[in-house]
Design a protein around this ligand. Structure first.
Ligand code: PHE
Length: 373
């Protein structure tokens, strides 16, 4: 039978408390039975309705009807009841709202289900290769420097001894930032085409002697194909001291190639040209795929195009004209000399892992990348 508020004849403390207890246990019982929103609304109205709700009746029958000497105690009881009713209505509402359907799921948590797997990432093969190259040079006492990918004409070209109309400044290769025409040429922004500008930036900051490697991202306006990408990675090296010779350059790079590709590879230098080195060279390593023979069994060796040699980097002795730009920081071309080199990190990664398309490195296909994890 549903609870009804009794009229009280006895307003003693004990009688009031007994009546309160009965009311609260009815409240709890009705609240516990609520499952849906319509249930809850009925419940709320039964207890709270201004006209004839349980609370209104309690107010009339227990408080207003109480004799003077019992008013105080009755007031306390009624306040307590009000608080409990409001609470019960709140709790019941939250439960009813957790809507009837999903309540089943949330009530039954199956702790034996497997958890959510969040696979940890792995180094990208190009980054991994760059780290390996860097660590070879760190072991020789080189430190690491970095510089901005958006560079000025001054650092990318001018201070590296590119004459004003050198073809490398042409839009054929360089990606320029738009709307720079109002600036003087040397301040115009572009995407660096090599990591060599960081040579200048570092020599402006740090006095000689210097031994650094510079890993980083570079851009050139090359259409993408199996061996070209408009964005790729280089590792630059620079050593400056008194009496640095071409012999130091050869010895250092020969050691580095053996550390990277195995102790049996040979190095080979042939003359080349860069505006910021003199003399300049291209360095080849003997093909570590075919061992330098140019053949794989009866097949021609593809990575070295059956020549037995693979071109790996550009290098040379720092041109005195370059030192002129940083002379004020201790780089007097009559006192110091140095060598520099720059290699394509993506190319090294292609060779190391036997990948035949550079685009695979940048397409972000996890099926490809997972193989290097
Ligand atoms: N910066 C040159 C390039 O990108 C490579 C290089 C670096 C050559 C240092 C010589 C010395 O082709």
């Amino acid at each position: 039978m549903a609870y009804t508020v009794p009229k009280l004849k006895d307003f003693s403390a004990a009688a009031l408390e007994k009546a309160t207890k009965k009311l609260l246990s009815a409240l709890d019982e009705e609240a516990a039975a609520i499952e849906t929103e319509p249930d809850w609304k009925t419940f709320r109205d039964r207890w709270m309705a201004r006209k004839d709700g349980v609370l209104t009746q309690v107010n009339d029958l227990w408080l207003k009807a109480a004799p003077k000497e019992a008013k105080r105690h009755a007031g306390q009881q009624v306040n307590e009841i009000k608080k409990r009713v409001e609470q019960a209505i709140d709790v019941a509402q939250n439960r009813a709202r957790g809507d009837s359907a999903s309540r089943l799921d949330s009530d039954r948590l199956d702790i034996t289900l497997p958890g959510i797997q969040r696979p940890i990432g792995a180094e990208h093969p190009v980054i991994k290769t760059m780290n390996e190259i860097v660590s070879v040079f760190r072991n020789l006492g080189y430190s690491v420097q970095e510089g901005p990918v958006i560079e000025t004409d001054y650092y990318n070209f001018e201070a590296l001894n590119f004459p004003p109309n050198h073809p490398a400044r042409d839009t054929q290769d360089t990606l320029f930032i738009a709307n720079q025409e109002s600036k003087p040429q040397r301040e115009r922004l572009l995407l660096r085409t090599h990591t060599s500008p960081v040579q200048i930036r570092t020599m402006e900051k740090i006095k000689p002697p210097l031994r650094i490697v510079i890993p980083g991202k570079v851009h050139r306006n090359d259409p993408p194909d199996a061996s070209h990408s408009p964005m790729f990675h280089q590792i630059e090296g620079l050593a400056v001291d008194t009496n640095i010779t071409f012999g130091d350059l050869k010895g250092t790079l020969d050691h580095a190639m053996k550390a990277l590709f195995g102790s049996s590879v040979k190095t080979h230098f042939r003359p080349s040209f860069f505006p910021f080195t003199e003399p300049s060279a291209e360095m080849m390593v003997s093909c570590f795929i075919c061992g330098g023979s140019g053949q794989r069994g009866s097949e021609p060796c593809r990575p070295c195009k059956r020549t037995g040699w693979i071109e790996i980097l550009g290098c040379g002795m720092v041109d005195p004209n370059v030192f002129e730009f940083v002379k004020d920081n201790g780089y007097d071309p009559r006192k110091v000399s140095g060598f520099a080199f720059g290699m394509g990190a993506d190319r090294v990664a292609l060779l190391k892992y036997g990948v035949d398309d550079i685009q695979l490195f940048f397409q972000g296909d996890v099926r490809f990348l997972r193989q290097f994890a």
